[in-house]
Design a protein around this ligand. Sequence first.
Ligand SMILES: CC(C)[C@@](O)(CC(=O)O)C(=O)O
Length: 217
Amino acid sequence: MKAFTQLSGIVAPMDRANVDTDMIIPKNFLKSIKRSGFGKNLFDELRYLDEGQPDQDCSGRPINPEFPLNFPRYQNAQILLARENFGCGSSREHAPWALDDYGFRCVIAPSFADIFYNNCFKNGLLPIELPSSALDSLFQALYDNEGFTLNIDLAAQTVTTPAGQVYTFEVDEFRKHCLLNGLDDIGLTLQEADAIREYEERVKAQRPWLFGATASK
Ligand SMILES: CC(C)[C@@](O)(CC(=O)O)C(=O)O
């Protein structure tokens, strides 16, 4: 999993509360079991004027000119500003997969749905909770300054604006450790690979039949 340490990136707005997982990645695109390829259908029903089909080439689809992520100023954004209860509605891990595949590495909101919040850490995305008042200021600065960027430092737990305003955020120490070191659940387990191999060799010697071998005479 990609590590997250520091990020300085373009910011884009998703200026509505209760953005659910079906708005993030509509259910008709969940047919793939791959983790990649969902970025082209991120916010599909808001982003395009037609109805998308799974595995469709989106390059020729009519885009919705009113949807902010289609504005030239927000192209290549890596940080999404959002409102309360982002990622509600379901447990689909396709939601952080779609955000990551589109190019987002961080979502900043006053609150997140629990499952989505946890799924972000498991997929190398950093969800940052800040007070609603801070989001109000950040949205205003974003709208007032074309090309608005933020600098995020996970180790320091800070979000810094180009004007030098610093916001601090809380994050669980273990989740912070995993993100800083690019450790998902598999990476965490593989840190014990030597002990796992030693255990398997010992059990194979004691109970070979468990491994399909006959007991040694
Ligand atoms: C299993 C998955 C497709 C799910 O049904 C899971 C869920 O509803 O939490 C969804 O709609 O995201």
